[in-house]
Design a protein around this ligand. Structure first.
Ligand SMILES: [Mn+2]
Length: 340
């Protein structure tokens, strides 16, 4: 820390000047105080064909996720990496479906892990591709139901992931978790949902690649869809604040699912499904800071990081920084002297 400053040509200690009329620079103003964070390694790599997401959990650890969280005054437990529950091979109407049994196994594992972890803290799922959210969100929905509270889901993603096993053209199940948790038809091979997330409780921000079948289904649903054009025209704060007000008014729990491809590929190259025109560094941090202000977040997915495609770990580091913003890291205490 700077302890002196030049003042009329001589050195003078600054520390005593930082009294009530000024604001110190500090990273420690926490809205979510003393949160117990539970890191759940979910090296899911079966939700799509490009491999590499299985390295994601260890990349987050290498980038210092636990240290960043504990440095904010929270406690952290790392449960290590889980593995998919054994599941017999099963057939499906869609012959294109990729590694269905393994996806079902992960859904069982993560649904149970979410319910167990949510009893003691804030689960953070270290992906792993977005198929992990089939289980993480299903489990959080079950937990919320057990508390008699509604679950809301914020989907930060270039894609809507609203397919069903019947509508996907790629057969990649990482494009289906929102379809599953909102109770769409076609998931007969999957475990029955303990609790459905109503579509009006889902908000997607960052959309810029939505398939035709998903588009039609979204249009017929109550999902709030905030695409990049809406963000360009009106900024990212208003739609997020509207959604958070809804969550607060309902006394809801909030699950945040952060896909690396929410971010612009120029700042986050380590993802197999890059789509140009994504969120900027500041838009992403602002989302996380507003989420911290809201004190509503009860669980988090960090998904689709493919360390094989990263550039000296910078995407993993950015995802760690965004998680820190969500958990209370500040640039300045607010209000600052220059801007209130
Ligand atoms: Mn996704």
């Amino acid at each position: 820390m700077v302890t002196t400053l030049v003042h009329f040509g001589h050195w003078q200690p600054i520390s005593h000047k930082l009294t009530a009329d000024t604001t110190t620079i500090s990273g420690n103003t926490l809205r979510m105080k003393n949160t117990h964070c539970i890191l759940i390694g979910a090296p899911v790599d079966c939700g799509k064909r490009n491999r590499g997401c299985l390295m994601g959990p260890d990349a987050y650890r290498t980038a210092g996720l636990a240290e960043a969280i504990s440095g904010l005054g929270h406690t952290v437990a790392d449960l290590g990496n889980l593995s998919a529950a054994d599941t017999p091979e099963t057939s499906s109407r869609n012959p294109l479906l990729y590694r269905l049994a393994e996806n079902i196994g992960w859904t069982k594992t993560l649904c149970a892990a979410a319910q167990s972890a949510a009893k003691t803290g804030l689960p953070i799922f270290l992906g792993g591709d977005h198929a992990l959210s089939l289980g993480s969100v299903a489990g959080m929905a079950a937990h919320a139901a057990s508390q008699d509270r509604p679950l809301f889901v914020l989907w930060l993603d270039a894609h809507s992931d609203f397919h069903t096993p019947d509508t996907t053209d790629s057969g990649n199940l990482h494009g289906t978790p929102v379809g599953y948790v909102t109770g769409r038809e076609g998931f007969d091979a999957f475990p029955p949902l303990p609790a459905v997330v109503p579509t009006q409780n889902v908000c997607m921000i960052g959309l810029r690649s939505v398939d035709t079948a998903e588009h039609a289904a979204l249009q017929a649903s109550d999902v709030t869809c905030v695409d990049m054009r809406a963000i360009d025209e009106g900024g990212i704060k208003a739609p997020l604040s509207d959604f958070l007000a809804k969550v607060a008014a309902a006394g809801g729990m909030l699950h945040v699912s952060l896909d690396v491809d929410f971010l612009d590929p120029s700042i986050a190259p380590a993802v197999g499904t890059t789509v140009p025109g994504g969120a900027t560094m500041r838009e992403a941090h602002l989302v996380m800071e507003l989420l911290n202000d809201s004190e509503l977040v009860t669980s988090l997915d960090l998904v689709e990081l493919n360390p094989f495609l990263d550039d000296r770990g910078r995407t993993a580091s950015l995802m760690v920084d965004l998680t820190a913003s969500l958990l209370g890291r500040r640039i300045f205490d607010r209000p600052t002297r220059s801007y209130t």
